[in-house]
Design a protein around this ligand. Sequence first.
Ligand code: PLP
Length: 385
Amino acid sequence: MTGARTYLDYNATTPLRPEVQEAMTAAMVDIVGNPSSVHQEGRTARKALEEAREKVAALAGASPRDVIFTSGATEANNWVMQAGWDAIVFSGIEHDAVQAPAATAPAETIIVGADHAGVADVGAMAETVLCNPAVLTALRNGGRVLLSLQAANNETGVCQPVMDVAQFCRAHDVSFHTDAVQCAGRQNLNFALWGADSMALSAHKIGGPSGVGALIVRGGHVLKPLLEGGGQEGRRRSGTENLLGIIGFGAAAELALSDVARAEGMRAMRDRMEQALQAAWPDAQIIGQASPRLPNTTAVAFPGQAAETLVIKFDLAGIAVSAGSACSSGKVKTSHVLDTMNLPPTLANSTIRISLGWNTTNEDIDTFIRTCTTVLRPTQQRAVA
Ligand code: PLP
């Protein structure tokens, strides 16, 4: 990253890519129509909307008709959770945008755990589908059961076995939703191959603007609209489309697709950073290191050092990272993800997240490693080579 600061918090949000900014600026000047209008201006807007839909579909490995634009992944996840299920099964490592609407849905909710390595307990998920009385009753009576499993975790980067779980769900008449926000641009998404019924995506995690995302819904899989009105998005999501945002999302999706091919370069930078940290701070623990992980994410615990304090110290030193123990509202609380993994408080409270992205350079990593020597307590430090 250029400039005085080093941004290493791409899982929270990403800087807007210049190509995205360019596409949005051009559209701001050139497009005046409403995509629902029949005149030329409307048709121009419609064309831009559909082109963006094709780009997002290509990123998702889905058909363009499966893509419904939303205000972000929070809306997409809320929509699915609130879609009239009799029972919802999900793991405690899901993002709040899944857990909170599931908790208030008029459905039986069953939360399963995760192991120390950050992988959701898929055995418990299967057992729930096969043995839980509420689930069995719903399935026996032709009711609707949903299982939700994120594709990768936002705090640890640990990838989840979505394909296996989707297959299991299909075999047992259970709908399967995946929040794939953190995977986009970091590993291949293949909605069709995975066999999911729905998937949530967000533009601002891939170098696009905030406030726009998508729900990908497999053809014919009908979800009751969350928003009623003018019947936009094929009568599935009313409200005049956020065209500029969607155009930015499309441009970002196109770039994110090519990022996946370069993911190994990102992984090499991330791994170099982890090796340097573990060499200099032998008691540092990389959370989920033994699991398949996204190439851009490191969650690392420095036992005995408060994560919140570290984040502030890094910030003062010009580096943006985040704490696994901070929630989105900025209040300090223990991370529900690390809690679900049953990490001892000494680790959970000392875990920070470093996440790389499209603009991260080897110099950023060098700066981070160098800064660690001043920010982290020297008592636990060996000389950095
Ligand atoms: N799901 C995951 C895994 C996320 O990391 C986030 C953002 O932090 C969201 C959902 C919410 O996405 P949005 O900001 O687009 O509402």
